[in-house]
Design a protein around this ligand. Structure first.
Ligand SMILES: Nc1ncnc2c1ncn2[C@@H]1O[C@H](COP(=O)(O)OP(=O)(O)OP(=O)(O)O)[C@@H](O)[C@H]1O
Ligand SMILES: [Mg+2]
Length: 307
């Protein structure tokens, strides 16, 4: 669906090299998180897919088409295939929720008789049908962001790009936004989400592309590498917890408690791709009231480098 072929991007005015030799393929129907520190190139990558930018070197393909070749109307038609969501909702302040959505339908030339149903469907999907007549400033931050999602999903675009869509939200609202993106994914959309949020990654095990200083330094799907390492660490920690327990006057039920704890964590393991979080799990296991400080140190040493 989307392919980057040896893409480099230098911003002309400042000569900043924002992306360097990026190869990346996103297949139809995939859900991908793009993560990386501030300045790593996440927004630049999305702007290339939108064709706000064209590569300095290499090429970006969308449905097999080199985006560089697009002109005028071609660019407008291309953007119609993409639903874009930003960190701030970017709703028009002097229009109600309904009018904000209608504006998109008008610009896209959708016949007026289809508007009410499309608007209602879109708002229902984000649970805000009752806010149709509200102005953006009358919405909470989370609600405004959900309206922005409704707007992006209004025409059921095959591709959804989201740039820090939960950057301004508390965890609960962030997970609501994620659920809406997941639902669009389940209806068949290809979704790319740039984010800093560990909560999002932890809440949805999917492919994660890590950018660092403009390069792809990791590209992992759930169940690959990371979670196997975590699983090994966790079972290793469990073994050590038992050993230490043996040496320190076990109380009735201690072994069962450790077993239950590990089982619970393992059953949820696929939800965790994030090594750091698992490191915390392992450490809290080792730190359970019966296990000595020494076990903690051992477990810590046992965690793979870079966690
Ligand atoms: N319009 C621009 N002109 C010049 N340089 C830019 C421009 N936009 C971004 N950059 C630079 O390009 C690099 C990548 O920026 P980008 O916005 O893609 O990073 P990001 O990963 O999205 O960061 P953040 O997490 O802070 O949003 C940075 O060094 C940034 O300073
Ligand atoms: Mg950015």
């Amino acid at each position: 669906m989307i392919a980057f072929h040896r893409v480099s991007l230098e911003y002309p005015r400042t000569k900043t090299k924002a992306l360097y030799n990026v190869n990346l393929e996103v297949k139809k129907g995939e859900f991908v998180f793009v993560v990386g520190h501030s300045g790593a190139g996440k927004s630049t990558l999305l702007a290339l897919i939108l064709r706000r930018l064209i590569p300095t070197q290499g090429a970006v393909y969308f449905a097999g088409q080199n985006l560089k070749a697009l002109k005028g109307d071609g660019i407008a038609l291309h953007r119609r295939r993409i639903g874009m969501v930003f960190q701030d909702h970017r709703l028009l302040a002097d229009m109600t929720v309904e009018e904000n959505l209608a504006f998109v339908l008008q610009v896209q030339g959708v016949p007026r008789r289809e508007w009410p149903e499309r608007i209602t469907t879109a708002l229902r999907r984000v649970g805000l049908a009752h806010k149709k007549r509200a102005f953006p400033e009358e919405l909470s931050v989370g609600e405004a962001q959900r309206v922005a999602l409704a707007r992006a999903l209004l025409l059921d675009p095959p591709v959804i790009l989201a740039d820090e869509p939960t950057g301004n939200l508390d965890p609960e609202n962030a997970l609501q936004v994620l659920d809406i993106l997941k639902a669009a994914h389940q209806r068949g959309a290809t979704v790319v989400v740039a984010t800093h949020s560990r909560e999002l990654l932890e809440a949805y095990p999917t492919r994660v592309v890590v950018l660092k200083a403009g390069q792809v330094v990791r590209d992992e799907r759930p169940g690959e590498g990371g979670s196997i390492r975590v699983r090994e660490s966790l079972t290793g920690a469990e073994r050590r917890a038992h050993e230490h327990l043996q040496a320190h006057r076990p109380q009735p039920g201690d072994h069962r408690r450790i077993r239950d704890y590990v089982e619970k964590k393992l059953s949820r393991l696929d939800r965790y791709q994030n090594g750091e979080l698992m490191a915390k799990v392992v450490l809290s296991l080792a730190g359970s009231q019966h296990v000595e400080r020494k076990a903690k140190a051992e477990v810590q040493v046992d965690l793979p480098g870079g966690w």
